[in-house]
Design a binder for this molecule. Sequence first.
Ligand SMILES: [Zn+2]
Length: 292
Amino acid sequence: MDPLPSRPGRPAPLIRASRALHVGAIGVVLVRPHWWPWALSAVAADHLLLAAGGLWPRSHLLGPNWTHLPPLAAGSPAEAPAPAAVAITIDDGPDPEVTSRVLDLLDEHDARATFCIGERVERHPALARAIVARQHEIGNHTYRHLMRFSLLGPRGVAQEIARAQEAIGVATGEVARFFRAPAGLRNPFLEPALTRANLQLVSWTRRGFDTVNRSAGRVLDSLTRDLRDGDILLLHDGHAARTPSGSPVILEVLPRLLRVLSAAQLAPITLRAALARASVPLLLSSASGVPS
Ligand SMILES: [Zn+2]
């Protein structure tokens, strides 16, 4: 497998500004104690902004966050341009009822996807190995998929990431390179932990809310509205909602989605494949590490 670049390690501008504001607020209170209400108000406003950045899954305020695939690296003029592509990401599995059928559907269309998983990999290691064997990718989706993940401190965040990374490695021999937070919710402690683990945060361009929406048609409409090159789409093989006929929504959406992508000449590729063909200088622009 091609080597992949290390993650950029520099904090986002908002995080750097936030640190400076905290230091400044302490300094102000030390020099002018009676100004404490202003200092406290500034710190409180800063925390509100940080919380908003974490509760908005597609925000870039807390650090790098893929909401689209990165732009292609410039090739030589003689080189054929890479085909237009999208990434299908499939979360919360593996699921013994759904995942193998998803894999068959992807195979039928020669499509590749990225499955973001956690502790379920320990219950269904054979399915996880099948995902890898069929040339799809596995991403880290935290170990326990806690809905209070964004309320954890730095240690808890790091443990959730490390336990999932280890479980994925034990089951498949793979080292996950991408991370998705449960429901996309996070806090400022996430980005440093991802940098240390060499994981890239990925959210999505569009999602169909297929864990709650029972209409395959509406899920498909949400995913394909304004569909274009570089989109990242989100579906679920775990926690899938059921259509009125009792079928997991993804199994009705995926064949139709793959036909739409084929008609639009958009190749479904893994996130790793997108990174490998991307503009590396973009990714390393603020990196302290070197390609590993
Ligand atoms: Zn999830």
